[in-house]
Ligand binder design. Sequence first.
Ligand SMILES: NC(=O)c1ccc[n+]([C@@H]2O[C@H](COP(=O)([O-])OP(=O)(O)OC[C@H]3O[C@@H](n4cnc5c(N)ncnc54)[C@H](OP(=O)(O)O)[C@@H]3O)[C@@H](O)[C@H]2O)c1
Length: 306
Amino acid sequence: MKNVLVTGSEGMLGSEVVRHLKRRSDVRVVRGTADSLDITNLAAVKQAFERHRPTHVVHCAAFTMVDTAEKEPLKAYTVNSEGTKNLAFFARELDAEFLYISTDYVFDGSKADAYVETDEPNPINVYGDSKLRGEHNVQTLCERHKIVRTSWLNGLGGVVNRNFIETMLRFSQTRDQLSVVNDQTGHVTFTFDLAPAIGLLLDVKSYGVYHVTGEGECTWYDLATKVFEIAQKSVTVKPISSDQFRSLARRPRHSVLRNTRFEGLGLPLLPHWEDSLREYFRRRRLAEGLRQPESRGPSRDAQYAS
Ligand SMILES: NC(=O)c1ccc[n+]([C@@H]2O[C@H](COP(=O)([O-])OP(=O)(O)OC[C@H]3O[C@@H](n4cnc5c(N)ncnc54)[C@H](OP(=O)(O)O)[C@@H]3O)[C@@H](O)[C@H]2O)c1
Protein backbone atom coordinates (compact mmCIF):
# COMPACT_ATOMS: atom_id res chain seq x y z
CA MET A 1 0.00 0.00 0.00
CA LYS A 2 1.36 3.43 -0.95
CA ASN A 3 0.72 6.25 1.50
CA VAL A 4 0.89 9.32 -0.76
CA LEU A 5 1.09 12.87 0.56
CA VAL A 6 -0.13 15.31 -2.13
CA THR A 7 0.86 18.92 -1.46
CA GLY A 8 -1.11 21.79 -3.01
CA SER A 9 -4.05 19.38 -3.04
CA GLU A 10 -6.56 22.15 -3.72
CA GLY A 11 -4.59 23.55 -6.65
CA MET A 12 -5.30 22.99 -10.34
CA LEU A 13 -3.01 19.96 -10.67
CA GLY A 14 -3.03 18.79 -7.03
CA SER A 15 -6.81 18.39 -6.96
CA GLU A 16 -6.72 16.29 -10.14
CA VAL A 17 -3.89 14.13 -8.75
CA VAL A 18 -5.95 13.50 -5.60
CA ARG A 19 -9.03 12.65 -7.70
CA HIS A 20 -7.01 10.19 -9.77
CA LEU A 21 -5.13 8.50 -6.93
CA LYS A 22 -8.27 8.08 -4.82
CA ARG A 23 -9.59 5.65 -7.44
CA ARG A 24 -6.67 3.29 -6.77
CA SER A 25 -7.11 0.57 -4.18
CA ASP A 26 -3.34 0.34 -3.56
CA VAL A 27 -3.03 4.02 -2.62
CA ARG A 28 -4.01 5.94 0.49
CA VAL A 29 -4.07 9.68 -0.20
CA VAL A 30 -3.16 12.34 2.36
CA ARG A 31 -4.17 15.82 1.20
CA GLY A 32 -1.92 18.73 2.08
CA THR A 33 -3.80 21.96 1.44
CA ALA A 34 -2.31 25.43 1.72
CA ASP A 35 -4.12 25.76 5.07
CA SER A 36 -3.50 22.31 6.53
CA LEU A 37 0.12 22.07 5.36
CA ASP A 38 1.93 25.35 4.73
CA ILE A 39 5.16 24.01 3.25
CA THR A 40 7.11 27.09 4.36
CA ASN A 41 6.35 26.26 8.01
CA LEU A 42 9.00 23.77 9.09
CA ALA A 43 7.13 22.75 12.25
CA ALA A 44 3.93 22.09 10.25
CA VAL A 45 5.85 20.00 7.71
CA LYS A 46 7.55 17.99 10.48
CA GLN A 47 4.20 17.37 12.17
CA ALA A 48 2.56 16.25 8.90
CA PHE A 49 5.33 13.73 8.21
CA GLU A 50 5.28 12.41 11.79
CA ARG A 51 1.51 12.07 11.75
CA HIS A 52 0.93 10.56 8.29
CA ARG A 53 4.30 8.85 7.66
CA PRO A 54 4.00 9.02 3.85
CA THR A 55 5.82 6.48 1.69
CA HIS A 56 5.56 8.88 -1.28
CA VAL A 57 5.26 12.64 -1.72
CA VAL A 58 3.70 14.20 -4.83
CA HIS A 59 4.68 17.84 -4.45
CA CYS A 60 2.26 20.05 -6.44
CA ALA A 61 2.22 23.09 -4.13
CA ALA A 62 3.94 26.13 -5.56
CA PHE A 63 3.88 29.87 -5.97
CA THR A 64 2.76 29.87 -9.61
CA MET A 65 2.09 33.51 -10.48
CA VAL A 66 4.92 34.11 -12.92
CA ASP A 67 4.59 37.91 -13.22
CA THR A 68 3.93 38.50 -9.51
CA ALA A 69 7.10 36.52 -8.75
CA GLU A 70 9.14 39.31 -10.38
CA LYS A 71 7.71 41.81 -7.88
CA GLU A 72 7.73 39.41 -4.92
CA PRO A 73 10.79 37.21 -5.47
CA LEU A 74 11.14 36.42 -1.77
CA LYS A 75 7.69 34.84 -1.75
CA ALA A 76 8.49 32.76 -4.85
CA TYR A 77 11.83 31.52 -3.47
CA THR A 78 10.39 30.88 -0.01
CA VAL A 79 7.62 28.64 -1.34
CA ASN A 80 9.25 27.04 -4.39
CA SER A 81 12.79 26.58 -3.12
CA GLU A 82 12.68 26.63 0.69
CA GLY A 83 9.25 24.99 0.99
CA THR A 84 10.45 22.20 -1.27
CA LYS A 85 13.60 21.84 0.84
CA ASN A 86 11.47 21.45 4.00
CA LEU A 87 9.45 18.64 2.43
CA ALA A 88 12.49 16.91 0.94
CA PHE A 89 14.29 17.00 4.31
CA PHE A 90 11.53 15.11 6.12
CA ALA A 91 10.94 12.79 3.14
CA ARG A 92 14.58 11.75 3.46
CA GLU A 93 14.12 11.09 7.19
CA LEU A 94 11.35 8.60 6.34
CA ASP A 95 13.04 7.35 3.16
CA ALA A 96 9.89 8.39 1.26
CA GLU A 97 10.01 8.68 -2.52
CA PHE A 98 9.72 12.29 -3.72
CA LEU A 99 7.97 13.35 -6.93
CA TYR A 100 8.40 17.07 -7.59
CA ILE A 101 6.41 18.92 -10.25
CA SER A 102 8.63 21.34 -12.14
CA THR A 103 8.33 23.45 -15.24
CA ASP A 104 9.51 24.19 -18.79
CA TYR A 105 10.38 27.67 -17.45
CA VAL A 106 13.66 26.26 -16.07
CA PHE A 107 14.87 26.64 -19.69
CA ASP A 108 15.65 29.89 -21.49
CA GLY A 109 13.85 28.83 -24.68
CA SER A 110 16.76 29.58 -26.99
CA LYS A 111 17.22 26.00 -28.22
CA ALA A 112 15.84 25.48 -31.72
CA ASP A 113 15.08 21.82 -31.01
CA ALA A 114 12.97 20.34 -28.24
CA TYR A 115 14.58 20.20 -24.78
CA VAL A 116 15.47 16.76 -23.48
CA GLU A 117 15.90 15.88 -19.81
CA THR A 118 19.70 16.16 -19.94
CA ASP A 119 19.74 19.71 -21.37
CA GLU A 120 21.18 22.39 -19.11
CA PRO A 121 18.51 24.63 -17.52
CA ASN A 122 18.97 28.39 -17.63
CA PRO A 123 15.89 30.17 -16.27
CA ILE A 124 15.14 33.72 -17.43
CA ASN A 125 12.58 34.66 -14.78
CA VAL A 126 12.25 34.48 -11.00
CA TYR A 127 9.58 31.79 -11.07
CA GLY A 128 11.74 29.51 -13.27
CA ASP A 129 14.79 30.11 -11.09
CA SER A 130 12.87 29.40 -7.88
CA LYS A 131 11.53 26.15 -9.35
CA LEU A 132 15.03 25.13 -10.49
CA ARG A 133 16.35 25.70 -6.97
CA GLY A 134 13.51 23.46 -5.80
CA GLU A 135 14.76 20.80 -8.22
CA HIS A 136 18.28 21.10 -6.79
CA ASN A 137 17.00 20.74 -3.22
CA VAL A 138 15.13 17.57 -4.13
CA GLN A 139 18.16 16.14 -5.97
CA THR A 140 20.45 16.93 -3.04
CA LEU A 141 18.24 15.58 -0.28
CA CYS A 142 16.26 12.65 -1.71
CA GLU A 143 18.01 9.85 -3.50
CA ARG A 144 14.72 8.34 -4.71
CA HIS A 145 13.33 11.37 -6.52
CA LYS A 146 11.41 12.01 -9.71
CA ILE A 147 11.34 15.52 -11.14
CA VAL A 148 8.44 15.90 -13.56
CA ARG A 149 8.78 18.96 -15.77
CA THR A 150 5.54 19.88 -17.43
CA SER A 151 4.22 22.96 -19.23
CA TRP A 152 1.26 25.25 -19.99
CA LEU A 153 -1.14 23.54 -17.58
CA ASN A 154 -4.88 23.79 -17.92
CA GLY A 155 -7.51 21.96 -15.92
CA LEU A 156 -10.80 22.23 -14.13
CA GLY A 157 -9.51 21.95 -10.55
CA GLY A 158 -8.24 24.67 -8.23
CA VAL A 159 -8.90 28.31 -8.97
CA VAL A 160 -10.29 27.46 -12.40
CA ASN A 161 -10.67 30.99 -13.70
CA ARG A 162 -6.90 31.48 -13.48
CA ASN A 163 -6.14 29.16 -16.40
CA PHE A 164 -5.56 30.41 -19.95
CA ILE A 165 -8.67 28.84 -21.46
CA GLU A 166 -10.98 30.39 -18.88
CA THR A 167 -9.21 33.74 -19.26
CA MET A 168 -9.92 33.65 -23.01
CA LEU A 169 -13.56 32.70 -22.41
CA ARG A 170 -13.91 35.55 -19.92
CA PHE A 171 -12.51 38.03 -22.46
CA SER A 172 -14.98 36.75 -25.06
CA GLN A 173 -17.87 37.95 -22.89
CA THR A 174 -16.89 41.59 -23.34
CA ARG A 175 -14.66 41.74 -26.43
CA ASP A 176 -14.83 40.69 -30.05
CA GLN A 177 -11.12 41.33 -30.76
CA LEU A 178 -8.09 40.13 -28.88
CA SER A 179 -4.32 40.23 -29.37
CA VAL A 180 -2.48 37.08 -28.33
CA VAL A 181 1.24 36.30 -28.33
CA ASN A 182 2.31 34.17 -31.27
CA ASP A 183 6.08 33.87 -30.78
CA GLN A 184 6.14 31.60 -27.73
CA THR A 185 5.89 27.93 -28.58
CA GLY A 186 5.26 25.14 -26.09
CA HIS A 187 3.14 22.14 -25.18
CA VAL A 188 -0.29 22.60 -23.64
CA THR A 189 -0.82 19.97 -20.96
CA PHE A 190 -4.13 19.09 -19.32
CA THR A 191 -4.23 18.10 -15.67
CA PHE A 192 -6.61 15.20 -16.38
CA ASP A 193 -3.92 13.74 -18.70
CA LEU A 194 -0.96 14.52 -16.45
CA ALA A 195 -2.48 13.11 -13.23
CA PRO A 196 -2.68 9.52 -14.61
CA ALA A 197 0.86 9.89 -15.97
CA ILE A 198 2.02 10.84 -12.47
CA GLY A 199 0.19 7.77 -11.18
CA LEU A 200 2.12 5.59 -13.64
CA LEU A 201 5.42 7.17 -12.65
CA LEU A 202 4.75 6.34 -9.00
CA ASP A 203 4.89 2.68 -9.98
CA VAL A 204 8.28 2.71 -11.72
CA LYS A 205 11.61 2.38 -9.98
CA SER A 206 13.50 4.60 -12.37
CA TYR A 207 14.46 7.93 -10.84
CA GLY A 208 15.62 11.34 -12.06
CA VAL A 209 14.19 13.98 -14.38
CA TYR A 210 11.17 13.38 -16.65
CA HIS A 211 9.54 15.68 -19.18
CA VAL A 212 5.80 15.00 -19.34
CA THR A 213 3.64 17.22 -21.56
CA GLY A 214 0.68 17.02 -23.91
CA GLU A 215 1.49 16.07 -27.51
CA GLY A 216 1.75 18.68 -30.30
CA GLU A 217 3.37 22.11 -30.16
CA CYS A 218 1.48 25.37 -30.43
CA THR A 219 1.64 29.06 -29.57
CA TRP A 220 -0.69 30.92 -27.20
CA TYR A 221 -2.28 32.38 -30.34
CA ASP A 222 -2.97 28.87 -31.69
CA LEU A 223 -4.51 27.85 -28.37
CA ALA A 224 -6.71 30.96 -28.14
CA THR A 225 -7.92 30.50 -31.70
CA LYS A 226 -8.83 26.86 -31.05
CA VAL A 227 -10.61 27.74 -27.79
CA PHE A 228 -12.86 30.23 -29.60
CA GLU A 229 -13.45 27.80 -32.46
CA ILE A 230 -14.58 24.99 -30.14
CA ALA A 231 -16.58 27.33 -27.91
CA GLN A 232 -18.14 28.90 -31.03
CA LYS A 233 -17.22 32.41 -30.00
CA SER A 234 -16.80 34.97 -32.75
CA VAL A 235 -13.68 36.69 -31.48
CA THR A 236 -11.05 37.95 -33.92
CA VAL A 237 -7.63 36.96 -32.61
CA LYS A 238 -4.69 39.08 -33.73
CA PRO A 239 -1.22 37.49 -33.47
CA ILE A 240 1.34 39.72 -31.75
CA SER A 241 4.96 39.34 -30.60
CA SER A 242 6.12 39.10 -26.97
CA ASP A 243 7.65 42.57 -27.38
CA GLN A 244 4.21 43.98 -28.12
CA PHE A 245 2.71 42.37 -25.02
CA ARG A 246 4.02 43.99 -21.87
CA SER A 247 4.51 41.59 -18.97
CA LEU A 248 6.76 41.73 -15.94
CA ALA A 249 8.40 38.35 -16.50
CA ARG A 250 10.31 37.32 -19.60
CA ARG A 251 9.15 33.99 -20.92
CA PRO A 252 11.04 31.39 -22.97
CA ARG A 253 10.34 31.60 -26.71
CA HIS A 254 10.71 27.91 -27.49
CA SER A 255 9.98 25.88 -24.38
CA VAL A 256 9.21 22.66 -26.17
CA LEU A 257 9.95 19.59 -24.05
CA ARG A 258 10.56 16.14 -25.52
CA ASN A 259 9.23 13.34 -23.31
CA THR A 260 12.18 11.07 -24.02
CA ARG A 261 12.48 9.23 -20.71
CA PHE A 262 8.75 8.80 -20.16
CA GLU A 263 8.35 7.28 -23.62
CA GLY A 264 11.52 5.24 -23.11
CA LEU A 265 9.86 3.45 -20.20
CA GLY A 266 7.13 2.29 -22.58
CA LEU A 267 4.57 4.56 -20.92
CA PRO A 268 1.78 5.98 -23.13
CA LEU A 269 2.38 9.52 -24.37
CA LEU A 270 -0.26 12.06 -23.39
CA PRO A 271 -2.98 12.89 -25.95
CA HIS A 272 -2.61 15.70 -28.51
CA TRP A 273 -3.59 19.05 -26.99
CA GLU A 274 -6.41 19.63 -29.49
CA ASP A 275 -8.09 16.34 -28.50
CA SER A 276 -7.69 17.19 -24.83
CA LEU A 277 -9.05 20.68 -25.39
CA ARG A 278 -12.27 19.10 -26.71
CA GLU A 279 -12.26 16.81 -23.68
CA TYR A 280 -11.81 19.89 -21.46
CA PHE A 281 -14.98 21.41 -22.86
CA ARG A 282 -16.85 18.13 -22.43
CA ARG A 283 -15.81 17.96 -18.76
CA ARG A 284 -16.56 21.63 -18.31
CA ARG A 285 -20.12 21.14 -19.58
CA LEU A 286 -20.56 18.21 -17.20
CA ALA A 287 -19.24 20.25 -14.27
CA GLU A 288 -21.53 23.15 -15.19
CA GLY A 289 -24.48 20.77 -15.30
CA LEU A 290 -23.62 19.41 -11.86
CA ARG A 291 -23.12 22.88 -10.37
CA GLN A 292 -26.24 24.44 -11.90
CA PRO A 293 -28.94 21.81 -12.46
CA GLU A 294 -31.49 24.54 -13.09
CA SER A 295 -29.55 25.72 -16.18
CA ARG A 296 -29.83 22.35 -17.93
CA GLY A 297 -31.47 24.04 -20.92
CA PRO A 298 -30.22 23.81 -24.48
CA SER A 299 -28.82 27.33 -24.56
CA ARG A 300 -25.91 26.59 -22.24
CA ASP A 301 -24.94 23.42 -24.10
CA ALA A 302 -25.13 25.15 -27.45
CA GLN A 303 -22.79 27.83 -26.17
CA TYR A 304 -19.93 25.37 -25.72
CA ALA A 305 -20.84 22.77 -28.31
CA SER A 306 -17.78 21.27 -29.92
N1 LIG B 1 0.22 26.29 -14.25
C1 LIG B 1 1.12 25.99 -15.17
O1 LIG B 1 1.00 26.40 -16.34
C2 LIG B 1 2.33 25.16 -14.81
C3 LIG B 1 3.24 24.84 -15.82
C4 LIG B 1 4.34 24.04 -15.50
C5 LIG B 1 4.51 23.57 -14.22
N2 LIG B 1 3.63 23.92 -13.25
C6 LIG B 1 3.85 23.39 -11.89
O2 LIG B 1 2.78 22.50 -11.61
C7 LIG B 1 2.50 22.51 -10.20
C8 LIG B 1 1.02 22.74 -9.99
O3 LIG B 1 0.68 24.00 -10.54
P1 LIG B 1 -0.82 24.50 -10.61
O4 LIG B 1 -0.98 25.19 -11.91
O5 LIG B 1 -1.73 23.41 -10.20
O6 LIG B 1 -0.77 25.64 -9.50
P2 LIG B 1 -1.91 26.21 -8.57
O7 LIG B 1 -3.26 25.95 -9.13
O8 LIG B 1 -1.50 27.62 -8.27
O9 LIG B 1 -1.77 25.32 -7.27
C9 LIG B 1 -0.71 25.47 -6.37
C10 LIG B 1 -1.24 25.18 -4.99
O10 LIG B 1 -0.18 25.38 -4.06
C11 LIG B 1 -0.72 26.06 -2.95
N3 LIG B 1 0.30 26.77 -2.19
C12 LIG B 1 0.86 27.98 -2.44
N4 LIG B 1 1.72 28.30 -1.46
C13 LIG B 1 1.69 27.26 -0.57
C14 LIG B 1 2.34 27.00 0.66
N5 LIG B 1 3.22 27.86 1.20
N6 LIG B 1 2.08 25.83 1.29
C15 LIG B 1 1.21 24.94 0.78
N7 LIG B 1 0.54 25.13 -0.36
C16 LIG B 1 0.78 26.29 -1.03
C17 LIG B 1 -1.73 27.03 -3.55
O11 LIG B 1 -2.63 27.51 -2.59
P3 LIG B 1 -3.27 28.98 -2.77
O12 LIG B 1 -4.06 28.94 -4.04
O13 LIG B 1 -4.10 29.13 -1.53
O14 LIG B 1 -2.11 29.92 -2.85
C18 LIG B 1 -2.39 26.12 -4.58
O15 LIG B 1 -3.43 25.36 -4.00
C19 LIG B 1 3.42 23.58 -9.62
O16 LIG B 1 4.57 22.96 -9.10
C20 LIG B 1 3.80 24.44 -10.80
O17 LIG B 1 5.04 25.05 -10.59
C21 LIG B 1 2.53 24.68 -13.52
